[in-house]
Design a protein. Structure first.
Length: 268
């Protein structure tokens, strides 16, 4: 399994040449540093630990400093382990970039959902409210607590409480675009988390099928527009030059009679 850490930037959309619109989430992917490699012989399982976002040394512990020193890098704020089947292909201190994924691949994206604070059962669990008139005195309450035996609230009862701020994984999303120059990945659909929150993109566990599509490219069209503009500007410059030449010839013809008049006056 392969994966990479990134930051959710926001959402936009892409167009395919057959006229479809694909809503995408932009994930900024800085190079992930391999901090540690775990093997079955030493740790009991095969995994690679990656890290992003440097942390100030004044805010890092001695253990974090020593851990980062082994990878010849600065301490990292965010660390994540990814299980792999071939740990021998990785080297501590190397980096993983966005080109680890290809366009059309299926991935699972894990993030932390937005926190909503303390909410009631209507917003948190979608329950219905009670009557609001005739003295019902039951409007947005959670309902019966289970008054029959065993005379206590049973585990799993849906009640008011902290909503959001949970680890959520969205499965079977598609990689729409990968840019290694600007270090970003476009993932189809929405992913959990607020803007600038850290997300984990990893290989899908349910399907390995790829999607094939062709996006509209604006670079070629822009080049054609620039060429047309250059041609038009060249033609306009030639016309302007011809007009200036005609003006100069007209001015010379007008100035010649004045010279003749001046010579006649001198003879007088």
């Amino acid at each position: 399994m392969k994966g990479i850490l990134g930051r959710k930037i926001g959402m936009t959309e892409k167009f395919t040449k057959d006229g479809k619109i694909i809503p995408v989430t932009v994930v900024a992917v800085d190079p992930n540093v391999i901090m540690q490699i775990k093997t079955t012989e030493k740790d009991g399982y095969n995994a690679v630990q990656i890290g992003i976002t440097d942390k100030k040394e004044s805010r890092a512990t001695k253990a974090e400093m020593g851990h980062a020193k082994n990878a010849n890098t600065a301490p990292k704020r965010f660390l994540k382990e990814i299980k792999v089947s071939n740990p021998e292909n990785y080297t501590v201190g190397n980096t993983i970039t966005a080109d680890i994924f290809e366009v059309g691949e299926k991935v699972d994206v894990t993030g932390t959902s937005k926190g909503k604070g303390f909410q009631g059962v209507i917003k948190r669990h979608g329950q219905s409210r009670g009557p609001e008139t005739h003295g019902s005195r039951y409007h947005r309450r959670p309902g019966s607590m289970g008054t029959m035996r065993p005379m206590r609230v049973m585990p799993g009862k849906k009640l008011a409480g902290h909503m959001g701020n949970e680890t959520i994984t969205i499965q079977n999303l598609t990689i729409v675009e990968v840019d290694t120059n600007l270090d970003y990945i476009l993932v189809s659909g929405n992913i959990p988390g607020a803007k600038n929150s850290v997300v984990l993109i990893k290989e899908s566990v349910k399907t390995g099928n790829k999607e094939t599509f062709e996006l509209v490219s604006y670079e070629t069209e822009a080049d054609e527009i620039v060429e047309e503009t250059n041609v038009e500007s060249t033609e306009a410059a030639e016309e302007q030059t011809q007009i200036e030449e005609v003006k100069e010839e007209t001015t010379e013809e007008v100035e010649e009679p004045k010279e003749e008049t001046a010579s006649v006056e001198e003879s007088k």
